[in-house]
Design a protein around this ligand. Sequence first.
Ligand code: DGJ
Length: 782
Amino acid sequence: MYRREGIAMQTIEIKDNVFLLNTANTSYMFYADKFRHLQHVHYGDRCFISDFEALCLKRCIQYGDTIIYDEKTDDEYTLDSLPLEYGSYGNGDFKEASIEIEDDLSFTCDFLYVSHEVVKEDLKIKDLPSSYGSDSTLIVHLEDPVNKLKLDLYYTIYPQEDVISRRAVLINSSEREFVLHKLMSYCLDLFEEDLTLMSFFGAWDKETHLNVTGLVRGTCTLGSRVGFSSAKNNPGFIIRKRNTSENFGKAWGFNLVYSGNHYSSISKDEYSIHRIQGGISPERFHYSLLPGNSFETPEAILTYSGTGLNVLSDHFHRFINNHIVRSKWKNRERPIKINSWEGFGFDFKKDDLIKKLAKIAAKLGIELFVLDDGWFGRRSSDKRGLGDYNCNLKKIPGGISSLSEEIHKLGMLFGIWVEPEAINIDSALYEKHPEYAIKDGERQFRFGRHELLMDLTNKDVQDYIVENVGKLIDDNSVDYIKWDMNRMMDGVSGVYNHEYIKGLYSVLERVFISRPDVLFESCSSGGNRFDLGMLCYSPQIWSSDDTDPIERIDIQKGLSYLYPVSTMGAHVSASPHMQTLRQTPLETRFNVAAYGCLGYELDLSLLSPLEKYEIERQVAYYKKHRRTFQFGTFYRFDDEKDYEAFEAVNGDEAIVTKYRRLVHAVPVYDKLRVEGLEEDGEYKISSKPYLHNLKMFGNLINFVTPVKVNADSKLIEIITKFKGMDASIQDYKASGRALKSGIYLNNLFLGTGYNSNIRIPLDFGSDMYESRVSETTDKNKD
Ligand code: DGJ
């Protein structure tokens, strides 16, 4: 049973040397053993502190071929075979260490329990963003008595969201210098069999694709070495029991509040301990820890569900909406936007084109106009201009402030694109400050998208960005910023990358925390920096440059395991699609983008009156159900044959969409399944109305028209610009219980005849259904 509201519980229970951390549905237990090592006991369903003895590992014989920690007092005690809260090298634990240090004397660390404290207010991490709004953090103080290093382990509890966050702080209280190579944010030793890893891999245009692999003995690592969190491996991942599905079984979720090079590893040892750990990438990381100094890791987010993946994702979603996202946009509905990029690229010679775009968008009900790349300095292509902020008056003669004014007069918000972390050699800024660019010693420049990165560890560079972006916002009444970043970072050390990321966070803090009204959408060639660190500043992130809806189903589905819909920028673009050349119905393009922060990104002036009419209806529909789409409980489905389906539920309202990939002849009867409604409630289910374009029928149109027509005729050409054919309107009634098990839908078209109840399938077609409490139930309630 999943309990959420009104929980009465003690979040941190401590008895003798046992620590129990409770959330609404989960418990995390560990203890300080007789040698004062922290041993992990349990992370899973709720349990009692009195279960400690039962849940604890039973150890009553010596393991062969191991290093005994203290032979004199206990010749059965060997750390290699024990589940630990934080692993280190040199004391007999040969599992992958969570900390690696080096000094003149030794590589060994042995951290022992000293004391603990419970803190009731938020604790900040120096120079890094973190979650907020918890009133219970347990800090366990450990110390290595030989090298005089101290290690503090932080456990912060978010009971309502079933999340526990972890991080570590290493303090050098000795009198000598240490080189720190690795300090993981957390280490979790899980004893479970049959575990499967779900990671999210990708590339530009192909982000967050789900990768599922069984865990075998050995080590699996995930990470990024490209300077930012990267689409190659999102920092978030899930471990589940092999048979866990969307609505059944155990799963553990992990993520990091960090945007730089990261590393996670999952190793299964000979005793079936799965050591899971994550943090800053240790590659090329040599941090000099001077006497008296400390090093703080980024925060890691852990969650567990005993009732399947949908619930696991819901933990992440509610946690992010409530404890990561800040600003006035926290839990606030996001505006529908029109973005100039896919429609025009750099190619808007005069601002007439974009003004026309804005006017049409305003008429269709779109709320935010975003001027993307190409508006400043020498920026006629991606080879030049980055670093400069002066408006290109040849393209926008009145300047940005007059454009912003005109947009505001149309009743829309005004947004603009910037890429502050990069510089082109062909720019006024580079001519003046070549030292602002990151260079790789004496080696020749290596460009990525023709650009170099700016040295964000340099205070002058930070000030330059803060001043220019701040001025751009303030002088032009900018309501929304799209902050892009398109170059990977190479040729630098791991420590430099960390310093860069800290510089970035400091810049974002200075620009956005003092301007909480500005909606900030982060972007990195699409979703290359989709992580919790960026979400601490930008309430939403551009999910991918790939706006083909069929590709987007996989991308948004992948994201949905870790991030809420309210954080995903999702746009309707042109068909055939820019990158895939695939033709898709306008309806499907909307139906996918609707499970995100909706926008349009195409030249609206090229659309037919019929398409504009459809967009106007889509915009109105989205506005009506925006709370459900953006902040509802999100569901995925396991066993949809030939389909993918998404659902969002907000109270009594559920919106489910079935996306078809390819049509098959003689399709099986298919069902509509709706999760998350009151089982005893009575619901009315109606399909979202839309129009089919008659042209898609070709000459088959003669099956449905009373007079014979030629599909290629001018007449049809003209008619189809204005008129469409109603998709079959479907209405059903069912209880929440029937909907959960699935109700049969009307037949699909088979080629054996036509009537208005038939659903017309299409390759890449989709149908959106809205379930709401039926009137009879409403009346009964009165
Ligand atoms: C990459 C982004 O992902 C796109 O959306 C667009 O803003 C371009 N950059 C502009 O250069």
